[in-house]
Design a protein around this ligand. Sequence first.
Ligand code: BGC
Length: 772
Amino acid sequence: MKSYSTMKKHYKEDPWRIIEEGFYPEMQKSSESIFSLGNGRMGQRANFEENYSGPTLQGNYVAGVYYPDKTRVGWWKNGYPEYFAKVLNAANWIGIVPILKDEELDLAKCEVSNFRRELNMKEGYLSRSFEATMQNGVSIKVEAIRFLSMVDDETAAIRYKVTPLNYSGKVKFRCFIDGDIINQDSNYDEKFWSEVEKETENDEAYLTLKTKKLDFHVCTGQKVYAYKNGERVSFDSNQLERRKYVENLVTIPAEEGDELVVYKYAVNVASINHSKRELKSRAEEAVYMSAEKGFDQMFENHKAAWARKWEMNDITIEGDVAAQQAIRFNIFQLNQTYTGEDPKLNIGPKGFTGEKYGGGTYWDTEAYCLPFYMLTAGSHVAKNLLLYRYRQLDKAIENAQKLGFDKGAALYPMVTMNGEECHNEWEITFEEIHRNGAIAFAIYNYINHTGDESYLKEGGLEVLIAISRFWAQRVNWSTHREKYVMLGVTGPNEYENNVNNNWYTNYIARWTLTYTIEAIAKVKDDANFWSDFSAKTNFDVAGETQLWNKIVEQIYFPKKENSNLFLQQDGFLDKVDITVKELDPSQRPINQKWSWDRILRSIFIKQADVLQGMYFFEKDFSEEVIRENFDYYEPRTVHESSLSPCVHVVLASKLGMEEKAYEMYLRTARLDLDDYNHEADEGLHITSMAGTWMAVVEGFGGKRITDGRLSFNPSIPKGWESYSFNLVYRESIIRITVNSENIELRNLSDGEIEILVYGKAYAVKGKLNISR
Ligand code: BGC
C-alpha cells in the first residue's frame, strides 16, 4: 500500500471544491461517482449532458423508487430471499447534445482540451468546461453548470453554454429525456421501466414511466429556454417522441464567437409522494415554477439552503487542506443523500452515486449513520430512522418465522427496502445476524444522547423484546462447554463465513438481553402501558427474562488463554499468522486479487469486528484490554470495507496512538477521493462517510456521553493548526474548537450546560476557553 503522501492525487486539493483538470477517459467512471449530485429526493452521477460513447455508468435515481429484481442463484434453498431490490436507474433527464454541421458532440470522439470540472461543495453545484474539436473540424467551447435544488427537491436546473470557435451556421441542441434505461446490475438483463404517457410541446416535454413490478410511477419533465449573447431567442423546436423518449430539438443560427446558452429546468415527481393521477400536472406545475423563478433565482435559493446546512454541519480543519477537503466531501455527500425529513426513506451504502448494494438499507444506518444525523440535524431525524425499523417489525418477525424462529422473535433483514429481506449474496449476508444487535444498539444510542426515554414506550421496547427473543432462540446450550454458544454466523468481518462463536455477535447479543431487561424495568411501573404492551406482545416477563438472565450469565466468549485477547471466533488462532505489512502490496486489495477460498482461510480481516465491539461497548473494557486487542487486530486488518478505518480512528485516538489515528483518518476521509480500495467507479461509500464524521468528533474530539453529560477528550493530529465542529446536544448547540494549546467551547444556545473536558466539569454559557 502506498502511503498517502506518495499516492497519485487525481483531484486537486482545495478546502471547498473538488477539481479535476484534464480529460481522463480512464477515470471517467470514478469521476462520475465523485462529482455526483443529490438532494435527498433524487440524485445522479456526474454523467455528461452530451453524448459519451466511452466507458460510463449512466445513473439517475429517485429516492424510494425500487424494483424487486428476481434473485439469481444456482441451487435454490429454503430461506433465500425471493428478490434483490434495487433503487432503479431512472430516466436520464440531463440530456443536451449540441449538434454542429450534422455531428453530435461526443467527447470520446473529439480532441479535448482545457477540460475542467468542479464540484462546489459550499454552494452545491457541478460545473464543467472544455474545448473540443469534432471529427468534422468544428471547434467549440462548452461551459455547463447544474444543481439539484435543495429547496424544491423535485426540481433541478442546467445552464449549458456553447461558443462555436471556428464555425458560423446553425447550432442545434437535442434536449431530451430518455427512459430507455438499463440497470447495470440487473440480474437477468431485463429493463425495469415501461411507458405510461408522454407529451412534447415547443419548449417542454414530459415522460411518465412505471416500474414493471410494484407500479411506481415517475413523471420526468423538462422546459427549455435559449439565449444568444445574453438575449432570449425564441425557437420553433422539432419535437420527437419515440418509445420511452421525448425530445425538443432547438436550432439557433450563430456566428463564430457567439455565446449560445440553453437552460433546462427539469423535474422528477414520483408516485410515492403524489397520487398517480396528478403526476403529470404536478410535474408541469413544478417545471413552470422553476422557469418562472429562473435559473439565477433558483440557484441563489439553492446556495442559501446549502449555506444553512453548512452553518450547522461544517467541520473546519486549519493547516491540512487534504483533510479539510475530505471531511467536507464526506459531509457534503451525506447531506446530498439523506435529509431526514421523509420517514419513508433511508440511507443506501452508495446513496445516489451507483448501483452496488441496490440502494437498500443495511446495518450501516444504525451502526454508522445515526450519530451524524442525530448530532447535526437533530433528534427528530434520528427518531425517523428508528421508526423506520419499528414500522418494519412485523416483517422482521415474519422473516424470522421463515427461518424457523417463533414466539415473536424478529430478525431484521441485512438488506431491505420495505422490511423484507432482499440481499443478493446468500453465503455472506445471510448469516450476518449481528445486524439485529446494531438495531437494538441504535435505540440505546438515541436515548443516551437525547434523554428521550419515552421512545421505549413508542416502539423501542417492542423492537428490543423481539430482538432479544431472537437471540434467546438463536443460541444453544453446549453440554460440552457448559455454556451458551452461537453457531453458524458471519460477523462484521465478511472474510470469514459460517463461523462459531463470533465474539462480536455473542457480545452484542448478550448486551441486547441486558439492555432489554433494564428497559423493561424503566417502563413496567406504568400499569396501563404495561398491561396493553404485554397483551400485544404476548410477553411472559418472568419466564422470558429468567432465560435471558441465564444466557447473559452463561454465554461463551472465545479468548486466548492467559491474555486479554478476545478471539474473533472459535479456531481463530489456527490461522497462519502474518500481518498486512508482510503482504505483497501487489496482492491488495485481496478481494480483487485472491480466490474466495484463500480469503476465507487467511487471517486477514476485512473490517473491525472484535474492535467494533470495543468501540460500541468501550465502557466495558479497560484501556489495557482495548490496547491489547487493537495491537493484535489492526495489523491483521486490510480495511477493505469502507466501514473499518473510522472505528480504528476512534480507538487509536483513545489509546493516544496519534499517527495511527491520522493514517486511518485519511483512509476513511479520502477513501473515495484517493480510491484506496480501487472501486470508486462503482459509486461512493456514503454510509462510511458518516463514520468519517465520527472519526473527527468521537476520535480526535473524543466526544462521549458520560453519566448523561456531554464530554470531550480532544487530541489534535500533528500538522493541524486547529479544528472545530458543532453538535446538537439535548437543548443546546455546542461548538468546540481545538488547537494545540486551547479548547474553546461555545454554547450557541441560551442557558447553561455542564460539559466535561478531560474529565473535569465546566458550566458553559456563551464562550469558555480551557488550556490543554
Ligand atoms: C460491509 C458490510 C456493509 C456493506 C454495505 C460490506 O462491504 O462488509 O458491513 O454493511 O458493505 O456497506
